[in-house]
Design a protein around this ligand. Sequence first.
Ligand code: H79
Length: 457
Amino acid sequence: MKKKSVRFAGLLVILVLSLSAFAGQVLETQAQHDARMQWWREARFGLFIHWGLYAIPAGEWGGKTNYGEWIRNNAEIPLPTYDKFAAQFNPVEFDASAWVRMAKEAGMKYIVITSKHHDGFAIFDSKVSDFDVMATPFRRDILKELAAACRKEGIRLCFYHSIMDWHHPDYLPRRPWEVRDRPEAGADFERYVGYMKAQLKELLTDYGELGVLWFDGEWESTWTEARGRDLYGYVRSLQPKIIINNRVGASRTGMEGFSADKASAGDFGTPEQTIPATGVPGLDWETCMTMNDNWGYNKNDQAWKTSRDLIQKLADIASKGGNFLLNIGPDAQGELPAESLKRLAEIGSWMQINGEAIYKTRPVAPYKEAKTCFTRLADGTVYAIYLADEDETRPPASLMIFSQKPKPGTKIEMLGVKGTLLWEAVGQGMLIHLPAAAVKNPPCRYAWAFKISVPAR
Ligand code: H79
């Protein structure tokens, strides 16, 4: 080999080695991948919105009250019966600006809303489907209004889109209980994929720049990793900077939400209703979770998590390097449940004071001490977040931190409290002393954060 071509081959090897693990058919370097993921990694906290026709029955059918967005399947509602909800959908109280402002005030940086859930109903104006919001008395493109409001408030708009579709005649397989009413004969899954792509093209071209495309319902037999790879490439071809979850492919291992291997399609793992025991170095992930027991609106579901629990979950997730996508299920009038609003407001007040310990942070190994979790910034600043017990309305007067080797000149502050705190070295740890005023009158409830600035050597 001539000298020049040796150098070229070397460059090629370096280039191939720096390609990110998976990027569908879209090749990108690790640096390009990191740049694309940056806003999402910094955001840490987003709002999930499950809204569709299922808000009308509000969880009730045939005397049972435990249904949600799966109601058509779980209550085995025949398609013609379910279709009638479209004629009733008229959420006149819907106020896109109010929803977006509420998310922003809660400290959320992005919104993921169901453009289409498993029931197949599109809450936007879809030219390729008659089962959409334009077939309802409401006749307003909900996503258009949200896109405008998000642009105004600086919130990233993202769409959830279900691969599984219980409405489209070409989707396969049928629900086991409906094969007699809706025979599979004549259905063509390939044609369904064409339909789904056409609808995605509307979503990817008519609503401005999107943050994330969040697929779901990928686990049925018809969906394959190869189809996922193709869909990933298709979506990226329409919006090169978009981020796509791992449910675009068929490699999710279960509700823990991680893909079987790094070569699988998708940019981040999707634990559902669960928080991983530890972070996963080198893997991006987002825990999605409900505030009660349902994603879609259920008027009888009062199993609300406490604000304290939700705030501590957010801190725990951030300390493990994940994002928190917290759900709300608006009702059929377009009203948000008061219990959800109350919690979002409490999280918002906490984030006002403690947000700097959450946004843009990365984990600190070994992640956690008994009641304290840790985050850090790129500049070396460490945050210790002390999680209060239910009956603990005030922070402890002193707090032992083992994760930090005590270094002279270390400066410690309590977020929301003026001035620096006294600390002393005790063995391999630091004992932080809180001012009496901060113990008596803490700046916030449920969790207290401490900023630890270690001097540069
Ligand atoms: O949209 C919300 C729910 O309606 C939807 N995902 C959230 C974000 C959801 N669909 N199904 N489930 C939640 C639970 C389904 C679990 C299972 Fe499976 C599907 C069990 C078996 C197939 C997931 C995939 C766990 C194993 C494989």
